[in-house]
Design a protein around this ligand. Structure first.
Ligand code: DAT
Ligand code: MG
Length: 139
């Protein structure tokens, strides 16, 4: 049985391009409800920790610099089959490969600056949500 919650970030490129509202509208239209949300900025240390699973990848330094370069919106979302359905809504990592109508197809600039994060498993949704929110900040 798949879980009901996932974790997302609207990344610095999408905040900078003025698309917070458009992306939240797409998330709402797709049937997700917001259980926690904050406008914040990751320090370099926090970005390193969040993406520690990618520490050995060649793009890690670039990813950490980018994700700490400007404000983000972090949120916990709820819907049946949340993790899988949210990955479908955001589309492929590289917007050039993302399906029509997906958030990344519409708003991402590149594979690195790709507008949104979506958790890849129920376990990571839990871990990533707890990284950003204390229990009393979650509905
Ligand atoms: P996703 O965000 O689709 O789960 P991922 O977990 O493989 O993708 O990678 C995490 C982030 O790292 C991704 O959103 C953008 C960045 N990234 C991945 N592959 C990259 C690459 N080849 N070049 C630059 N950035 C990359
Ligand atoms: Mg991922």
């Amino acid at each position: 049985m798949s879980g009901k919650r996932t974790f997302t970030m609207i990344k610095p490129d999408a905040v900078e391009s003025g698309n917070i509202g458009n992306i939240l509208q797409m998330i709402s239209n797709a049937g997700f409800s917001i259980k926690a949300m904050k406008f914040t900025q990751l320090s370099e240390e926090r970005a390193k920790a969040f993406y520690a699973v990618h520490a050995e990848r060649p793009f890690y330094g670039e990813l950490v610099d980018y994700m700490s370069s400007g404000p983000i919106v972090a949120a916990i979302l709820e819907k049946d089959n949340a993790v899988e359905d949210f990955r479908t809504l955001i589309g492929s990592t590289d917007p050039a490969e993302a399906a029509e109508g997906t958030i990344r197809k519409k708003y991402a600039e590149s594979k690195g600056r790709n507008a949104v994060h979506g958790s890849d498993s129920d376990e990571n949704a839990q871990i990533e949500g707890e990284f950003h929110f204390d229990a009393n900040e979650v509905i």
